[in-house]
Design a protein. Sequence first.
Length: 328
Amino acid sequence: MTKKKPLVIVTRKLPDVIETRMMELFDTRLNVDDKPMSHADLIEAVKVADVLVPTVTDRIDSGILSQANPDLRLIASFGTGVDHVDLASARQRGITVTNTPGVLTEDTADMTMALILAVPRRLAEGVRLMRGGDWEGWSPTHMLGHRIWGKRLGIIGMGRIGSAVARRAKAFGLSIHYHNRHRVSEELERELEATYWESLDQMLARMDIISVNCPHTPATYHLLSARRLKLLRRDAYIVNTSRGEVIDENALTRMLRAEELSGAGLDVFEHEPAVNPKLMELDNVVLLPHMGSATIEGRVDMGEKVIINIKTFIDGHTPPDRVLEGLL
Ligand code: 8YV
């Protein structure tokens, strides 16, 4: 007798090729309209699903998990960050959580580098000027930005993405500094010619550009608090492609408005999709709609990882991308 296929509920539209394969392998419920699921929709889903496939836009909190049917054993999240899932509640209920690390490293690092270039060189301002038809021709003192070659980049979080940013930045002539919970290997430090700062405060005060590349966890919530942001130099720039919650967005906005910071490149926001309206008004910021990993190739790779995690799990093995709270 063939085993009953598990009911897999996918909360958002995924690439066609991934959805089709999931339909072949599992009893899959898709969300082809891609309308984000409400809290009530998510409760309905966990009441029946064997496997839930959420994304960053679904808040899987303890209230939702408390309604889960006993057969919900796996949350196979589509994405690397897992701050939208209450991991402690999942663990208590014996629900395994997986993510999709590794496959979006290079894309996210590319977008980080794009922001590191775009903000000091005023790329978005230039585009706006051209589109507005306001260009009056070249002038020696027009649209002057700041050189990045020879400057210091402070990376917060030297994991996969942080290291990939460092490799790119080194090629652009930036010297690499980093703060991380643990110092990276000597070999990697040598390759990146990276300087380690145990004290984040000390590093912040000395950098030209800061890049946030750590995950959002209870320990990194508002890591860049109002107090820490004040340590940054007035001529410093800050780039965030990780999670908005790592920075106190209101404090950052206040400082940018007061010109206590030179500029910011933000791909993520504290209350997505809401963005502080005052940020929108500023010239010295480049704002992107959480698209750091948004490549077709990356999304397909992420979907493949989700499938492998589900398949391995239902075949009775430990899925390759099991999230272990302590390691975040
Ligand atoms: C993903 C991300 O697109 O993977 C992550 O952690 O931030 C994004 O780049 C998103 O999370 C998909 O759920």
